[in-house]
Design a protein around this ligand. Structure first.
Ligand SMILES: Cc1cc2nc3c(=O)[nH]c(=O)nc-3n(C[C@H](O)[C@H](O)[C@H](O)COP(=O)(O)O)c2cc1C
Length: 181
């Protein structure tokens, strides 16, 4: 198996195995106020479409950042295998109501509450309206799709670190090139 196949397989596994370290992703944006990074959960992976899926609140800062600049960088770190994966891609909210509804239906009630706050996430508590409105939760729920453009893997090892860049050729095949670590 080449590195690209192995990476996509591991990403898929991280959505199934709740203890997999690649499940929690550093998700960075470049917004009107500059760069920002936060942890998010990897919710879905579609290798053929080069897509990674995330759930978020449509009122969150990251959504405004992506509207400003769709380019994002993602960081995965596995301390068990000493493996770092860096991903660059373009993010966009899923536009299909049907698809978003499909994800929403599988979210348990307790987790739906996260999207039901009357005030937007990040609102200062002293100005926020307290309480939740469950009927608004679905409208506040967004599925973010990241289409992967390039990846870089770094495997740390006493026997020698391995650093590999992965880019797509004109036919969409992932091409690997080794880099000095
Ligand atoms: C382990 C962990 C997992 C998280 N998962 C998500 C997530 O899947 N989606 C999300 O929007 N925020 C998630 N958060 C919260 C974000 O890190 C962040 O605080 C929030 O989304 C607001 O970010 P923003 O203001 O930059 O948009 C998670 C936080 C932690 C610590």
């Amino acid at each position: 198996m080449n590195h690209a196949e192995e990476i996509w397989k591991t990403l898929v596994r991280a959505t199934v195995d709740k203890k997999h370290p690649w499940r929690v992703v550093g998700f960075s944006t470049s917004g009107p106020n500059g760069p920002q990074v936060r942890s998010v959960i990897l919710r879905g992976v579609k290798p053929a479409e080069r897509q990674l899926l995330f759930f978020t609140d449509s009122r969150s800062q990251k959504m405004a950042d992506i509207a400003h600049d769709a380019r994002v960088a993602l960081l995965f770190w596995n301390p068990r295998s000493n493996t770092q994966l860096r991903v660059c891609g373009n993010a966009a909210p899923e536009a299909s109501e049907l698809i978003v509804n499909g994800h929403w239906e599988r979210i348990p009630d307790y987790a739906r509450n996260d999207y039901a706050t009357l005030s937007a996430p990040g609102t200062a508590l002293h100005t926020a309206v307290a309480g939740i409105e469950l009927s608004a939760a679905r409208d506040n729920f967004s599925v973010l799709k990241v289409t992967v453009e390039k990846m870089e893997l770094l495997q740390l090892s006493r026997d020698g670190h391995v650093r590999v860049a992965l880019l797509r050729d004109t036919e969409g095949v992932w091409i690997e090139s080794g880099l000095v670590p």
